[in-house]
Design a binder for this molecule. Structure first.
Ligand code: AP5
Ligand code: MG
Length: 215
């Protein structure tokens, strides 16, 4: 199963990808998580990417395609995978098509999560992520109450640098300009299905599983 989870910042791609990867036994490939890990580890890639991510812009297509090529060629994702945050430009989508062709595999579904911009902004302003296990939370969740530690592993909960209000607006405008054309790229190829991202996490998950024919 090869699934592309598509949609604007804050729509719930990471949240859904984690659940789907567990349920379907496939690998979750998040380019955002990989870049943040590179920043944390202080690698050459991380040093280059940090300022770009923090300003809400996109890392170059060459770098991103190189990262994806390396992951997909490693064999780690042989049973199937979920792409979260890639492709984000038409050149990335084209490069992905060539790469999958080389590997002899095809995309099964592209799920386009949709959500009103005002709700996206609200979700991002109250997002918290665990530094240790990377679980994504929202301050509005009851299970967090006043906790500053991750209920899952006790790790520190932090707010992403790019979730500041001005950076969120920049990310949304970069999405509108550079990423929405990818929607058309996949719609034209009959691969894309819209899914309403405004329900509960469980409701959205069921809707995606239905599209995948897994419910
Ligand atoms: P990336 O990490 O991919 O960020 P993004 O696409 O902006 O998406 P987010 O991670 O912000 O949101 P999400 O959709 O995963 O939502 P989440 O599940 O967390 O990329 C970061 C940066 O890296 C980019 O800006 C760019 O610089 C660079 N980059 C990455 N990939 C690149 C590429 N291919 N090319 C170039 N540059 C690249 O949920 C958000 C919040 O909502 C959470 O608090 C969550 O708890 C809550 N929530 C989720 N679902 C629900 C629900 N159903 N109801 C209520 N709350 C919900
Ligand atoms: Mg994410």
């Amino acid at each position: 199963m090869i699934l592309v989870l598509f949609g604007p910042p804050g729509v719930g791609k990471g949240t859904q990808a984690k659940l789907l990867a567990e349920k379907l036994g496939i690998v979750h490939i998040s380019t955002g998580d990989m870049l943040r890990e590179a920043v944390r580890a202080g690698t050459e890639l991380g040093k280059k990417a940090k300022a770009v991510i923090d300003s809400g812009q996109l890392v170059s297509d060459d770098i991103m395609v190189g990262i994806i090529r390396e992951v997909l060629s490693s064999g780690r994702s042989a049973k199937g995978f979920i792409l979260d945050g890639f492709p984000r430009t038409v050149p990335q989508a084209e490069a992905l098509s060539s790469l999958l062709e080389e590997l002899g595999i095809t995309i099964g579904h592209v799920v386009n999560l949709r959500l009103a911009e005002a709700i996206v902004v609200k979700r991002l302003s109250s997002r918290r992520t665990c530094r240790k296990c990377a679980t994504i939370y929202n301050l509005t969740e009851k299970r967090l109450a006043d906790q500053v530690k991750c209920p899952n592993c006790g790790g520190e909960l932090y707010q992403r640098e790019d979730d500041r209000p001005e950076t969120v607006l920049r990310r949304l405008s970069v999405y509108a300009r550079s990423t929405t054309p990818v929607e058309e790229f996949y719609r034209k190829r009959g691969l894309l299905t819209d899914v309403d991202g405004s329900g509960t996490v469980e409701a959205v998950n069921r809707a995606i599983l239905k599209v995948l024919g897994k419910l």
